[in-house]
Design a protein around this ligand. Structure first.
Ligand SMILES: O=C(O)[C@H](O)[C@@H](O)[C@H](O)[C@H](O)COP(=O)(O)O
Length: 262
């Protein structure tokens, strides 16, 4: 089903199980085509309920059929906490997904937790530049941004994605690939995030939205809401891959106010 023009495809599911099944198949297919085309699969993860919905990738047939050794895993957002803290997106992904499949340890690019958030963000951008130099990460044909094969995002009830919050100055960044914030509206306050230019340069972007508390933000992010609408009030509306594909994975509750869904 299509959303308003340029707002991507909508996949809406009755149950979490169906959503997880389709998401696993979607990721596995992208992995297969990227490995076939380029020899690698570069994926960026987020936090939230997204990671728990990836569990079907750890089971048959995907645990055997996916070429895990070709995966390069990064994070679209991370909280500035130690890697063994329960708030760490790295820990969440490692415990419930990455440790259960055969991804190589040196293909996981978690964010340095022993530096200040500012220095860790700079180091992370440098790491991404090295992956571009090594041609593991492609480059966008439109700008010089890295072109991830897949960026997985989770939308909050205020419409934020990654650590890009409504009306935040980080939404305006045009040159930086990575930035840090110190004033997240949800704890912990310090976070590192991909910027919109990087998100919008990806080949594929998934935005996951589940639960009734996301319904208003989904409507504002997807539907025709008029030209005067201030998109920075719902950052997910600013996700618009320039040369890639956007797909929304939602449950019925999150999609319930989307008129594109009628
Ligand atoms: O960093 C965070 O504090 C969370 O990751 C948060 O931003 C999350 O992405 C949304 O709240 C949606 O998460 P749910 O889908 O789990 O509601």
């Amino acid at each position: 089903m299509a959303a308003a023009k340029g707002r991507g495809d909508m996949r809406i599911f009755d149950t979490y199980d169906e959503l997880a099944t389709d998401l696993a198949e979607y990721v596995a297919q992208l992995s297969e085509s990227s490995v076939k085309e380029r020899g690698y699969f570069t994926i960026a993860l987020s936090g939230g309920s997204l990671i728990s919905l990836l569990w079907k990738l750890c089971e048959a047939p995907y645990n055997k059929t996916v070429d895990w050794t070709k995966w390069y895993v990064l994070w679209a957002e991370e909280r500035a906490v130690s890697k063994n803290h329960s708030d760490s997106n790295y820990k969440l992904a490692k415990d419930s997904f990455l440790s259960k499949v055969s991804i190589l340890n040196n293909h996981m690019y978690s964010i340095n937790d022993s530096k200040t958030v500012e220095d860790a963000a700079m180091q992370y951008e440098f790491t991404i530049r090295q992956l571009v130099k090594a041609r593991v990460l492609s480059v966008s044909g439109v700008n010089d941004c890295p072109k991830f094969d897949l960026i997985l995002l989770c939308m909050g009830s205020d419409g934020h994605i990654a650590a890009l919050y409504p009306h935040h100055p980080a939404l305006e960044l045009k040159e930086d690939w990575i930035t840090h914030i110190t004033d997240s509206s949800e704890p912990p306050p310090e976070r590192i995030t991909f910027t919109l230019p990087v998100i919008n340069s990806a080949s594929n972007v998934v935005v996951l939205a589940t639960g009734e508390d996301k319904a208003r933000a989904v409507h504002l992010a997807i539907d025709n809401v008029g030209q005067d609408f201030d998109a920075s009030s719902v950052p997910a509306r600013l996700v618009e891959p320039v040369d890639g594909k956007l797909v929304w994975f939602m449950d019925m509750a999150a999609a319930s106010q989307a008129t594109a869904n009628e």
